[in-house]
Write a protein that binds this ligand. Sequence first.
Ligand code: HEM
Length: 164
Amino acid sequence: MSERALLTAEEKQMIVRSYRLIAPISETVGDLFYRRLFETQPQYRTLFPDDMGKQKRKLMAMLAFIAKCLDWAEGQWRQDVRPDEDLFLVVLALGRRHHVLYKIPDDSYDTVRASLLWALEQGLGEAFTKDFRRAWDKLYNVLATSMQLGAKSSRIKAEFGYVE
Ligand code: HEM
């Protein structure tokens, strides 16, 4: 990942600010997101469990965690971060689960991006400014790239006979 691909401090703040608007309507955003995803990609429905209520809550909890992790002033960085508090490690493991357990198609990241941005736009209306959209688009790039890296690491382990 090149340095320009990482989020700037300003973009992180945009995610944090826009997430404050998303949090109170997170259930609606979750509904909009999965409705849109299954309308545009009905073949993905069988990848998910029947109970989508739980799934929605997990997704929105993950977005809340991500926004919280991005809300760190530079001076607050410390060395003793627990693995479950470390955004990069959490996202690598998330990508590994998506590949090994949920067996998502490699090319699904772009469709999911489009559904997520659409849901945020519908949910927030005009409050979802062009700058917010750009910041979320870039955040999605960082997440998808890291998740795919996690998936790749499990492929490498499989090739060398490592059993997960
Ligand atoms: C930035 C991208 C994504 C994020 C943040 C995300 C987040 C999550 C989270 C938090 C879960 C709950 C389970 C867990 O923690 O392991 C989950 C499950 C799942 N996601 Fe994603 N996801 C993303 C991309 C995708 C993509 C591209 C697909 C492809 C269709 C997908 C399909 C699924 C499926 C099928 C499940 C699981 C269901 C089960 O419980 O069996 N996700 N995702």
